[in-house]
Design a protein around this ligand. Structure first.
Ligand code: DX5
Ligand code: ZN
Length: 220
């Protein structure tokens, strides 16, 4: 299985965003996780279209847009135009999940579906025929630097089992409280894309990413 680290720029130093992103890219991070928060679906507000437009010019990484946004279908085109390669919407935020996923696919992008820790994994089953990725939140969305919810491991196993049964190549991303210490068990449970904000942008960014890549090499 191909493992990927997706650094979440929510934890970056925005006075040095371009150089910090470059450090992640130069050290092997194939994805860049872009956490959009609207102050409605989650209480926090983060950043949006102008920031993505700006960093799109600075990196060739897969722009992994995580829309923590109420009724996100409204923004799919705008994020496509701003440079998103993959757009993930929340099951809990879509009046019509299927319609939102189909629109993302129709835009020629990869489509992701995310569920919060209190949403049954079963909820994603009917969408597995459409999605390119499932995102299991291992914290309640809205902030970086939270602690990984241990019950998430069982949910990751359930999701990977569901994906396996489809016979489709669907990525399984985990987001929230991922650290160098818990990465191996998260990968063991079945995740292949690991989002990390504070674990990457805290301290030596290049070294943190290289350590993630080392863990991947040991498990590939
Ligand atoms: C939380 C975001 C996560 C968060 C990850 O709502 O979706 O991507 O930024 O940050 P860490 O890795 O520090 O938990
Ligand atoms: Zn995220």
């Amino acid at each position: 299985m191909k493992y990927v680290i997706a650094p979440s720029i929510l934890s970056a130093d925005f006075t040095k965003l371009g150089s910090e992103i470059k450090e992640t890219e130069d050290n092997g991070a194939a994805y860049l996780h872009f956490d959009v928060m609207d102050g409605m679906f989650v209480s926090n507000i983060s950043f949006g279209i102008p920031v993505m437009k700006s960093i799109r010019k600075a990196t060739r990484q897969m722009m992994d847009a995580h829309l923590m946004v109420q009724d996100p279908i409204r923004y799919v085109e705008a994020f496509r135009d701003a440079g998103a390669d993959l757009i993930t919407v929340h099951y809990e935020a879509c009046p019509d999940v299927r319609k939102a996923l189909v629109k993302i696919k129709d835009m020629g992008l990869k489509a992701g579906l995310s569920i919060n820790p209190n949403t049954p994994v079963e909820a994603v089953r009917e969408y597995l025929e459409i999605v390119d990725m499932i995102l299991i939140m291992s914290v309640y969305p809205g902030a970086g630097g939270q602690k990984f919810i241990p019950e998430s491991l069982e949910r990751i196993r359930d999701a990977r089992k569901m994906i396996r049964e489809t016979g489709r190549e669907i990525d399984l991303e985990v987001d929230g409280g991922v650290t160098l210490d818990n990465m191996p068990e998260i990968m063991e449970a079945g995740a292949n894309i690991l989002v990390a904000g504070s674990a990457v942008f805290g301290g030596d960014i290049g070294e943190n990413v290289r350590k993630c890549m080392e863990i991947f090499r040991k498990n590939e």
